[in-house]
Design a protein around this ligand. Structure first.
Ligand SMILES: *[C@@H]1O[C@H](CO)[C@@H](O)[C@H](O)[C@H]1NC(C)=O
Ligand SMILES: *[C@@H]1O[C@H](CO)[C@@H](O)[C@H](O)[C@H]1NC(C)=O
Ligand SMILES: *[C@@H]1O[C@H](CO)[C@@H](O)[C@H](O)[C@H]1NC(C)=O
Ligand SMILES: *[C@@H]1O[C@H](CO)[C@@H](O)[C@H](O)[C@H]1NC(C)=O
Ligand SMILES: *[C@@H]1O[C@H](CO)[C@@H](O)[C@H](O)[C@H]1NC(C)=O
Ligand SMILES: *[C@@H]1O[C@H](CO)[C@@H](O)[C@H](O)[C@H]1NC(C)=O
Ligand SMILES: *[C@@H]1O[C@H](CO)[C@@H](O)[C@H](O)[C@H]1NC(C)=O
Ligand SMILES: *[C@@H]1O[C@H](CO)[C@@H](O)[C@H](O)[C@H]1NC(C)=O
Ligand SMILES: *[C@@H]1O[C@H](CO)[C@@H](O)[C@H](O)[C@H]1NC(C)=O
Ligand SMILES: *[C@@H]1O[C@H](CO)[C@@H](O)[C@H](O)[C@H]1NC(C)=O
Ligand SMILES: *[C@@H]1O[C@H](CO)[C@@H](O)[C@H](O)[C@H]1NC(C)=O
Ligand SMILES: *[C@@H]1O[C@H](CO)[C@@H](O)[C@H](O)[C@H]1NC(C)=O
Length: 509
């Protein structure tokens, strides 16, 4: 091999792929990317102009797991200026026709910024193309679940609309790598159902997804929560897999391992209550968008909480795991949420948005009553504004709903109950569902497999009192449903953040 060819071949081993960033507190960001080899000291070059990446940050975090095809590199960059667009480039990028840096992120806004901003949310979005959702499918997939020839998919729609939102949230179900066996059984994916063949198919689908999404995540931060499809290597059909291998999943393809390795969410940043930390990528909170609402008080506009609906609460949903999976005691996540919400000064931070994978007022099957039992009382006690989830593959804008399923008929005109939206139509191999409950009292606007399209959500925070939710049709980028929530947000009783909080605020009866 010619020297230059050899050099080029070696360099591609280091080629950064799957570039992404995440908030890590008001003045820090985490930049992550994957390489085919382990890096001694993953390094990111960055700066405030595209042509002058004069600063750099490094870490020692270059991690993998037994079945992975790549290493995940994570570097936290500290000491950044707020509300500032930075350019960055992971070290080692030489040339790659598909992926030309430098890439960007913008740190959270400055105090006093009154300008509205928007965030995109998508749930249940899997790999697109030949390993996932495309214009063909194997046996057993409904025609309504596949794309029309040439139809734009959700990742392409998000890429097209990238200038309309500041960051992207996906609370669960990435890639659907665990449907590899369904795809093989349906004659769609060509992989051997051996342990090795299956493991490779799974990792290939996973990397393919993150590679496709890099078109979005190289430009804006990406904030995540776990879903049931992150848990394990097989999409429900354990019997076939165990019959074949007698082993369950290959090492590295259970217990949310891919998800845990791939991301670094800011659970080690205590955003509201001091010393109240989240756990890993599983549950955490963060703030973004800052306002000055009475000329003197300077404040953050929105507080976001990301929850784990798969593990770590009583009667947990993902029955393959112990209820105490990532926390050190059963109610650790619930205690975290109580402390976090109790400490939000609602005079300074009017909006609270919570995202998590599972829903409970669904018109489909499988409401997560166990999630509801622990989380809903806190949503109501602390008057959160919106809970957005997916899991069931429909789009359903509901009423604000209080305890005991009591619909708040103020609807969007200053309700006191939390507003619920289910948007499980990001799209994946075999991905839309019917409504099983006709005329659900909770539903205001709904799209099911009968009339749906794949799509995503855009939330725009106009100011202290108005926020608009839009459902965007992935095929056309057109808004199919738009609804503006008005909240008075006068919270006399929640206008001082509490210095202390009870670790036992909430207990099951
Ligand atoms: C990585 O760096 C951190 C912080 O600098 C340090 O605490 C840790 O021991 C290092 N880990 C390894 C394996 O070198
Ligand atoms: C599936 O892959 C195997 C091994 O790469 C190949 O021999 C076979 O022809 C492929 N089958 C189809 C239907 O593409
Ligand atoms: C990223 O977007 C560009 C432009 O839309 C497209 O050509 C390219 O195929 C996309 N990359 C991936 C990996 O999907
Ligand atoms: C599940 O496994 C069985 C064999 O145990 C197989 O017949 C069936 O097709 C599989 N179902 C799916 C949806 O893959
Ligand atoms: C899953 O991972 C967590 C965190 O590393 C660990 O505490 C737990 O024991 C693991 N569970 C299983 C079933 O391997
Ligand atoms: C602004 O808000 C603060 C905190 O709630 C309050 O103390 C102050 O009186 C308010 N100022 C005006 C002009 O309303
Ligand atoms: C909800 O129902 C329970 C049991 O019927 C009752 O004890 C409780 O007071 C009700 N709560 C509200 C807010 O209506
Ligand atoms: C879509 O179809 C469902 C029935 O599955 C119906 O309940 C709903 O109202 C329809 N939505 C629209 C916007 O027509
Ligand atoms: C807040 O934004 C809404 C929607 O743009 C607007 O109608 C309203 O007047 C604004 N309120 C204030 C106080 O600016
Ligand atoms: C979404 O957009 C596509 C392309 O314009 C269109 O064919 C489809 O009917 C739209 N879906 C809905 C539910 O309006
Ligand atoms: C909220 O409601 C109170 C009481 O009705 C009223 O005094 C106040 O002006 C309202 N504030 C906003 C921002 O609408
Ligand atoms: C909260 O309570 C649990 C169980 O009593 C205990 O293990 C944990 O250390 C406490 N956490 C804090 C931050 O006090």
């Amino acid at each position: 091999m010619h020297f230059l060819q050899l050099a080029a071949a070696l360099l591609t081993l280091f080629l950064p792929k799957l570039v992404r960033s995440a908030y890590a507190g008001p003045h820090a960001m985490t930049v992550s990317w994957n390489t085919y080899v382990e890096l001694d000291a993953p390094t990111v070059h960055f700066g405030e102009s595209k042509n002058s990446l004069t600063r750099k940050a490094s870490s020692n975090v270059s991690i993998t797991y037994p079945s992975s095809l790549t290493y995940n590199n994570h570097v936290r960059i500290e000491g950044l200026r707020a509300d500032t667009k930075y350019w960055y480039l992971p070290e080692g990028l030489i040339s790659n026709c598909d992926l030309v840096g430098p890439f960007t992120f913008k740190t959270p806004r400055v105090i006093g910024d009154m300008s509205p901003y928007a965030v995109a949310l998508v749930v249940d979005m899997g790999t697109m193309g030949p390993e996932g959702l495309s214009d063909t499918a194997g046996t057993g997939i409904a025609a309504a679940d596949i794309l029309m020839p040439g139809e734009q998919n959700t990742i392409q729609s998000l890429t097209h609309e990238i200038d309309t939102f500041e960051f992207l949230i996906q609370p669960g179900d990435f890639a659907y790598a665990d449907t590899w066996l369904t795809e093989v059984n349906g004659g769609y994916l060509n992989a051997t159902t051996s342990l090795e063949g299956g493991a490779k198919a799974y990792e290939s689908i996973l990397d393919d997804f993150y590679d496709q999404l890099t078109n979005v995540t190289k430009a804006v931060p990406f904030m995540t929560a776990p879903g049931n499809h992150e848990a394990n290597c097989v999409d429900g059909n354990y019997s076939q897999f165990c019959l074949l291998h007698d082993l369950g999943c290959p090492l590295g393809q259970s217990n949310f391992t891919g998800y845990i390795n791939h991301f670094r969410m800011p659970s080690d940043v205590a955003n509201q209550a001091p010393h109240n930390f989240g756990v890993g990528n599983m549950w955490y909170s963060y703030d973004n968008g800052q306002i000055c609402f009475n000329d003197t008080v300077q404040a953050r506009m929105v507080h976001y909480v990301s929850l784990d609906m798969e593990t770590d609460y009583p009667d947990y949903a993902d029955a393959n795991y112990d209820p105490i999976q990532f926390g050190s005691y059963l109610l650790q996540q619930v205690d975290f949420l109580a402390a976090d919400l109790a400490a939000v000064d609602r005079c300074k931070t009017p909006w609270i948005v919570i995202t998590g994978h599972r829903q409970w007022y669904s018109s489909g099957t499988g409401p997560c009553t166990a999630c509801q039992a622990v989380f809903e009382p806190l949503f109501n006690e602390y008057q959160i504004d919106l809970y957005l989830s997916g899991h069931y593959h429909v789009y359903e804008r509901q009423y604000p709903i209080g305890l005991n399923a009591s619909i708040d008929y103020n609807n969007l005109d200053d309700p006191s109950a939390p507003w619920y939206i289910i948007n499980g139509v990001g799209g994946h191999y075999g991905g839309l569902s019917p409504f099983n409950i006709a005329d659900s009292p909770y539903q205001v606007f709904g799209l099911s497999i009968l009339n749906a399209t794949y799509g995503w959500s855009r939330l725009t925070f106009h100011n202290r009192t108005h926020m608009t939710h839009e459902f965007v049709n992935s095929s056309s980028n057109a808004v199919l449903d738009s609804a503006t929530l008005y909240k008075n947000h006068t919270f006399a009783h929640r206008c001082n953040s509490r210095a202390t909080w009870s670790n036992t605020t909430f207990r099951l009866e």
